[in-house]
Design a protein around this ligand. Structure first.
Ligand SMILES: Cc1ncc(COP(=O)(O)O)c(C=O)c1O
Ligand SMILES: [Zn+2]
Length: 441
């Protein structure tokens, strides 16, 4: 099977519409009904081919071609929308480690917990998986300027990939609500940064309107080509596990693009015969920013109610009106998944525990462990079940949060958040004996 044998098209996800479009159209939602779009394929694969495709994925790890060094493009037969992959804009993204996390497992009362650390990507978050495909599509369409609204990681990633492609990047961020690690990346990679006096949802609304009215090419996760790359998180995970799915895969939920992409990947791998069952997906939101949890828990899952003033120190998931909620709901239904929400102190403590495993992550990523703990306590996840949590961003993205947690200064809207695992620096005179006493040496 090669990409040339595979027809790719855009398809509206609305059951009442299902309209199809060519992949070279520049639109982000269905022109007929306004629904979200999938990149869909006629894969042209039969069961006899699957083992040879898996073997080909493995062989590429020893190749020196840039597309083979990429943990996204290495799986290009499962995202075959580009006719010329030699033009892919890649930074050797993906290729992220799986870690056993015994302290985190104990904390959640699980026999075993594995962490897939997307924070090991070139710009430090999972967004690189999707940005390599999104920017590659922007190049294929002849775009000269790319744009996004962002809570920080999308913009850092887009700025880097746009720089690689020699394109202009314009990012819209909520003023004063972005971790410095992320904002500084966008500046360094040369993007034009517009700080909007509003929240993420305001920035998203404005950039969508601008993308409709101007030549800006929108690279938020409403762009279905972004999500194709993020599928590789699940594909690579399955390859690392010799194509044996865990019981659960747990992700934080903000704009809900990542959970949508991972759900689509597992569904496609299952339908094609790469895996023999779907893992269950759990999406975790922060309590003050949990519209998808509210939808999941409500009687009527067709009526989505945005949260107008989302509040959480996990700024990456501070999103009240997530664009991809319908796709995420589909992922939950396909996988018999669940949605949970967690408090600020649960996020902070879980983050510190992940740190004690010698791994570390940013606050939004730690919502996974906090959610797993809750789901085990509730009996939804069994103690013996095998769980993989996706750590979406690197510890170094948000050092202010980490310092505030460990020095007891974490607060949201004036309310102190106390941490059970705070690890304050010690202060001592420059005197050896004093320090020996202090350290009980
Ligand atoms: C570190 C991190 N985790 C989680 C998320 C949420 O992902 P999504 O918006 O795809 O739900 C984001 C989004 O910006 C993020 O940066
Ligand atoms: Zn439609």
């Amino acid at each position: 099977m090669t990409a040339a044998h595979t027809a790719a098209y855009l398809q509206c996800i609305e059951g009442s519409c299902r309209a199809r479009y060519d992949v070279d159209g520049k639109f982000y939602t269905c022109p007929r009904c306004g629904g979200l779009l999938d990149v869909a394929y006629e894969f042209g694969l039969d069961d006899r081919n699957i083992d040879s495709v898996k073997a080909m994925f493995a062989e590429r790890k020893s190749s020196s071609l840039p597309i083979d060094r990429s943990g996204v493009w290495r799986f290009r037969e499962l995202l075959p929308f580009v006719s010329d992959t030699t033009k892919a804009v890649t930074l050797a993204e993906g290729n992220t480690a799986l870690y056993d996390a015994p302290r985190s497992a104990d904390y959640a009362r699980l026999a075993r917990l594995t962490l897939k650390h997307q924070g090991l990507n070139p710009t430090g978050s999972f967004k690189d998986n999707g940005m390599t495909t999104g920017v590659t599509q922007a190049v294929a369409l002849g775009a000269s300027t790319v744009a996004c609204a962002s809570t920080g990681n999308t913009s850092a990633s887009m700025a880097a990939y746009a720089a690689r492609a020699g394109m202009r990047a314009v990012v819209f961020i909520p003023a004063g609500q972005i971790a410095y690690g992320k904002l500084s990346q966008s500046l360094e990679y040369g993007a034009t940064v517009v700080e909007i006096e509003g929240n993420f949802d305001d920035a998203m609304r404005i950039v969508r309107e601008l993308a409709d009215e101007t030549d800006l090419y929108l690279l938020n996760s409403i762009n279905p080509f972004r999500l194709e790359g993020q599928k590789a998180i699940a594909i690579e995970m399955m390859e690392q596990l010799d194509w044996k799915p865990p019981d659960w895969v747990v992700v934080p939920g903000g704009n809900l693009g990542n959970s949508s992409a991972i759900g689509k990947a597992f569904k496609e791998m299952f339908d094609l015969g790469f895996i023999d069952r779907m893992p269950r997906i759990a999406i975790i939101q922060a309590e003050g920013s949990a519209p998808f949890y509210d939808l999941y828990s409500s009687g009527d899952r067709t009526v989505f109610r945005p949260v107008s003033k989302p509040a959480t120190l996990a700024t990456a998931i501070k999103i009240g009106n997530p664009v991809s909620w319908k796709k995420a709901l589909r992922a939950i239904e396909w996988s018999r998944g669940v949605v949970e929400k967690v408090s600020e102190s649960e996020i902070g403590d879980a983050k510190a525990v992940i740190g004690r495993d010698g791994i570390g992550c940013e606050p939004a990523s730690a919502a996974t462990l906090a959610g797993i703990k809750r789901l085990v306590e509730a009996g939804t996840i069994g103690e013996q079940e095998w769980v993989i949590a996706i750590l979406t961003g690197n510890l170094l993205k948000d050092p202010d949060y980490t310092m505030n947690y460990h020095s007891g200064r974490l607060a949201l809207d004036g309310h102190a958040i106390t941490g059970r695992f705070a690890n304050k620096p010690l202060r001592a005179a420059a005197d050896k004996d004093t320090i020996r006493r202090l350290l009980e040496l």
